[in-house]
Structure formats: structure tokens, C-alpha cells
Design a binder for this molecule. Structure first.
Ligand code: NAD
Length: 382
């Protein structure tokens, strides 16, 4: 048990802001802890056989993308070959026809559990099989997208993406083994890390946020902001990789716990209607979404600036500076979006708007999208 002094020094070290006097009124809030068991650290994958055995499970179906088949095979070896099999067809946006084939494969191989090894696409497949079969789901995330700790599942059928949220979608256990993230290419690491930061940013000002999630969010941003430039310089840095993975967990919990706002609405619009890539789109839009909301949530902007290490206390400059250190694209046009689609995207973003601290205003949203399309640095005048 940590003493008060120890807690205080930890809080200072991780730059959490405690009020120094009782000048803030603690608003009423609700908080539900994420129920997934989490194992974190280098080499933690070795604990997988024990987790399975402790549940009386012996025939897990291993899931991966074709690109990560080798990692699934490593896990199969770790289980001394005692797996129901490997299904390595996980695909971005979880197409239902792939899930149907995977469910059939799980049944034909008499799988008694699922182990998904990969990013949001593979974890999505594990969730989709899990909700259809009730199989126990252990996930081993290898990106920073955060899906492993959310009860959310997005699936595509006939070109349409639908999203649902259900507590039974949440994986049962998560093994964060930093060793499996060492192969994540530098560019993907940067995009995926900023995708995670976006979850934390929007959790800070969510309508149903709470003080615990705010701590998660601030610490998540701090860990990732420190780690991502280091990973860009030295992708083999275990210290930076573990800091990023830790931050990804915290930011994922934010996504899974509270509602998301205009930034996520815009990214879902751009991904769903214009087929723009997920993490790249988040990375480009985030500074502009911050600029859209900045005037409404000054205290949260200060928290973000502090977590980003911006001396001037400016979250937008802090994020621009972080992005300048990373090998990332800054304009949606570089992802293939056409200029004539800006108006269409603004119109779609106005329909079924998510709750946002600032009302959704068509002209300002169009200008936000234009700046993001052109790749202009975000400015605080939206
Ligand atoms: P991804 O899972 O699509 O992975 C991208 C590519 O990187 C794949 O080819 C994958 O095999 C490869 N890869 C992943 N980890 C690797 C590693 N360590 N080494 C080498 N290659 C590796 O990418 P993502 O950004 O993690 O996930 C995106 C998808 O997840 C989207 O469909 C998105 O909608 C979904 N998502 C869902 C949630 C949720 O809560 N439901 C949250 C975040 C993302």
C-alpha cells in the first residue's frame, strides 16, 4: 500500500495536477471499472498457457491477419501445438462474411476459446466471434488503437459499417506484451499512437467524463507523447515501446468508458463514407478538432498541454509540435480525399451529430475539414 507522501511524489513525477487548495467543487459523477483482467510487461505472453488452464480451456482458436501469421504461429508453439487452429484472415472493418467463415472454423475445430493477436482489425474479429459464440476471449494487442478494452464492435456488411456496444463484447483478458509490438513499423506506430491520444483528448471533455478517467487520459497522453518521438528515432527502444503500450492501455480505457465527440464523429464520417484509413485520419484531424473545441474547454486544454509538455500551456501548439517530430502525413488530400468531397463530409458530419462541448456549426466544420484536407497547421481561430 502506498503512503500519502509516496502517492504525492508519484503524482508529481507523472505530472498529474492536484488542486493545492479546496477551491474546486467536486461535481457528482458515475464511474464503472473496466472488468478485463490486464497483464502488462515484457515476456507476459508466457502466462497465456496458465490463464487458459486456470479457466479449464485447452483448445483456443488463434486469430491474426495474414501479415501477423508468424506471431500467431509463435503463440501456437508456446501452447505446444495445443490450439484448435489458426484463422489468419482478419481484415480491416470486420467484414461479416469473414466472421461467418471464422465462426464455422471455430465450430469445426471444436475451439473452446479465442486468442486474438494483432491490432484493432484482429481484435474486432475476436469480438465478433465472441459475441456470436460466447467463447472466452483473450487478446494480445500489438498496436495502440485501444479496441482490446472497449465494449464496442464495428462490422461491415454490403459496404455499410454498423457499430454496437455491449458489455459482453469486451474481451475477458488482455496481455500487453511489449515484445510483440517491437515489429510495428515506425509510421504505423506514430499513427496508432496519435489515434490513442485522440481517445484520451475526447474523454477529458466527454459529457459523462469523471475524475478517474481524466487521470487515465492525462497520463495516457503523457506516456504516448514522450514515447512516440523516441520510437521514431529508435524503433528498438524497449523503454519507449513499453511507455507507448502503457499509454495505449490508458487511452483505450478512456474510449471504452465515456462518450466521444466531434473528432470521432468526423473520423467515422471520413472512414465510413470516403474509405480513408483509420489511424491516419485520426492523426490528421485531431489538431483541428482540438482547435474547434478549445474555447469551450479551457481547463481540459491546459491538462492536454501539460501532458504534451508544452511550456506555454497551449494544447494546439503542443500537438502540432509533437506531430512535427513524427513521420506522419498532415493533409487528408495526401490520403486520397478529393477537394469536392469536403462539402459532402461536412453535411454528413451534421447528421446524427455526437454530443460535443461546442454545438456542431456547419461553416466552422467545413473550414475545419478544409484545413485538415489542405494539411494546414491547426490554428486557434475556428
Ligand atoms: P490494424 O489492426 O488494421 O493493423 C494494421 C496492420 O498492421 C495489419 O496488417 C496488422 O497485421 C499490422 N500489425 C499490427 N501490429 C503489428 C506489429 N506489432 N508488427 C507488425 N505488423 C503489425 O490496425 P489498427 O489501427 O490497430 O486497427 C484499426 C481497426 O480497428 C479499424 O477497423 C478500427 O475501426 C478498429 N478499432 C476499433 C476500436 C473499437 O473500440 N472497437 C478501437 C480502435 C480501432
Amino acid at each position: 500500500m502506498l503512503g500519502f507522501r509516496s502517492c504525492l511524489s508519484t503524482a508529481r513525477r507523472v505530472n498529474l495536477s492536484f488542486p493545492t487548495k479546496m477551491d474546486t467543487f467536486m461535481e457528482a459523477f458515475e464511474y464503472a471499472a473496466n472488468r478485463s483482467k490486464v497483464l502488462f510487461g515484457s515476456g507476459t505472453i508466457a502466462k497465456l498457457p496458465n490463464i487458459l488452464a486456470s479457466r479449464g480451456l485447452s483448445r483456443p482458436l488463434l486469430l491474426s491477419t495474414p501479415q501477423q501469421l508468424d506471431q500467431a504461429q509463435q503463440v501456437q508453439k508456446l501452447l505446444s501445438g495445443e490450439a484448435a487452429g489458426i484463422f489468419s484472415e482478419a481484415t480491416m472493418h470486420t467484414p461479416v462474411e469473414v466472421t461467418d467463415r471464422a465462426v464455422e472454423f471455430a465450430k469445426s475445430t471444436k475451439a473452446d476459446s479465442l486468442v486474438s493477436i494483432g491490432g484493432g482489425s484482429t481484435i474486432g474479429l475476436g469480438k465478433a466471434i465472441g459475441i456470436r459464440t460466447g467463447l472466452y476471449h483473450i487478446t494480445i494487442p500489438t498496436t495502440y488503437a485501444g479496441s482490446e478494452v472497449t465494449p464496442i464492435l464495428g462490422e461491415t456488411s454490403d459496404g455499410l459499417k454498423t457499430t454496437r456496444s455491449d458489455p459482453s463484447i469486451l474481451p475477458d483478458a488482455v496481455i500487453y506484451d511489449v515484445d510483440l509490438t517491437m515489429t510495428l513499423p515506425v509510421g504505423l506506430s506514430a499513427y496508432s499512437g496519435i489515434n490513442a491520444i485522440a481517445h484520451a483528448v475526447e474523454a477529458l471533455y466527454a459529457q459523462n467524463t469523471n475524475p478517474i478517467i481524466k487521470m487515465f487520459a492525462q497520463e495516457g497522453v503523457r506516456s504516448l507523447a514522450a514515447a512516440l518521438p523516441e520510437i521514431s528515432k529508435d524503433p528498438a527502444s524497449q523503454a519507449a515501446r513499453s511507455s507507448a503500450l502503457y499509454g495505449a492501455w490508458l487511452c483505450g480505457v478512456c474510449l471504452g468508458s465515456v462518450g466521444m465527440s466531434i473528432h470521432h464523429k468526423l473520423c467515422h464520417t471520413l472512414g465510413g463514407s470516403f474509405n480513408l484509413p483509420h489511424a491516419e485520419t485520426h492523426t490528421i484531424v485531431l489538431p483541428h478538432a482540438l482547435s474547434y473545441n478549445a474555447s469551450q474547454v479551457p481547463h481540459d486544454m491546459q491538462r492536454i498541454a501539460s501532458a504534451l509538455g508544452d511550456d506555454r500551456g497551449d494544447a494546439i501548439s503542443g500537438l502540432n509540435a509533437l506531430l512535427d517530430k513524427l513521420p506522419v502525413k498532415r493533409g487528408l488530400r495526401e490520403l486520397g480525399m478529393r477537394e469536392e468531397d469536403i462539402d459532402k463530409a461536412a453535411d454528413i458530419a451534421m447528421t446524427k451529430a455526437y454530443w460535443n462541448p461546442r454545438p456542431t456549426e456547419r461553416d466552422a466544420i467545413r473550414e475545419l475539414l478544409r484545413r485538415a484536407w489542405a494539411g494546414e497547421p491547426a490554428r486557434a481561430d475556428l
